[in-house]
Design a protein around this ligand. Sequence first.
Ligand SMILES: NC(=O)c1ccc[n+]([C@@H]2O[C@H](COP(=O)([O-])OP(=O)(O)OC[C@H]3O[C@@H](n4cnc5c(N)ncnc54)[C@H](O)[C@@H]3O)[C@@H](O)[C@H]2O)c1
Length: 332
Amino acid sequence: MTSPQRRGTSPQRRILVTGGAGYIGSTTSLLLLDSGYDVVVVDNLSRGRRENVDPARLRVVDMLDTEQLACVMKEKPCDAVIHFGAYIAVGESMKIPEVYFRNNLAGSLSLLAAMLETGIRNIVFSSTAAVYGMPACVPIVETEPYAPLSVYGESKVMVEKLLDWFDQIHGMRSICLRYFNACGADPQGRTGEDHDPETHLIPLLFRAIQTGKPMTIFGDDYDTPDGTCIRDYIHVTDLAQAHIAAVESLFAGGPSRRFNVGTGQGFSVKEVLQTVEEVTGKKVPYTMGPRRDGDAPLLVADSTRLREDLGWRPEYSDLHTIVKTAWAWANR
Ligand SMILES: NC(=O)c1ccc[n+]([C@@H]2O[C@H](COP(=O)([O-])OP(=O)(O)OC[C@H]3O[C@@H](n4cnc5c(N)ncnc54)[C@H](O)[C@@H]3O)[C@@H](O)[C@H]2O)c1
């Protein structure tokens, strides 16, 4: 890995993190700081939390406000942007597509315009496995065609395409990281998952334990060994490390790339539930519901490209560590 020293007179590289008050953005910001980078966070706090960010680093700005973004970039000149800022709920995106396209697509375009104006030419973008929809081949490789099944997934495809054009026309280099299921919490307990609305499995299982209200599992008649959907769970710290590897590859002059970020191992909903019961020592109350539209039975990443090209290795993504760190966070 290259060091975070700049080549110019300034001693430290600075990264602008959009959505840095959210779950993955705040965890990545801490790891960037741990690795010696300077960080400035842009977040409108629509979904994130003020307490997730050091107040001295936070600029409360909406990404749709290009002028304000450019002001922040001029006030705090940055070497790269890591772009997490987005709305993330697949179901919600199918009810209010206009809100999702505006925030995720127009918000990204506004960010790119501010970057062009201020001369920033490196960006790492939070993409998603949702760009693949129901993939024909699993484990999924990056060459699998785009086939999103939701407005959320489509908004991410559109931003990936914007980034291709901005590279071709403006020389803006980008790395799109297509995350599978982000989960777990910072092992030091500094950050963790706490979405509102929460749609992710592990925090919902905890919530069922804590409230005694049964959670619904959507479908147990899929063509999988126990009938429930299988996903690839990636610890947020490993995900954050992938961002650091990505930004460093851009600083080293590497080209625009797309990478899957997952472990290559899938766990069913029932297996995750069982691990939650083992780690917490508590029963999870649940009921079985029908399948949800658009849920693929099996989504598992082939992350060979990320491992081979950027030397990334997941360290915290065994299911027990994921659940243990998340449970510690849920009981903070
Ligand atoms: N959590 C996952 O499993 C997962 C999986 C794949 C991709 N992603 C992507 O990772 C990114 C981060 O996800 P997360 O789980 O941390 O979500 P999050 O909701 O915790 O964080 C998103 C942050 O973006 C901010 N934001 C949203 N719109 C904004 C705007 N217009 N201007 C400024 N700030 C804005 C929110 O306030 C929030 O702090 C998202 O882009 C998401 O699509 C997440």
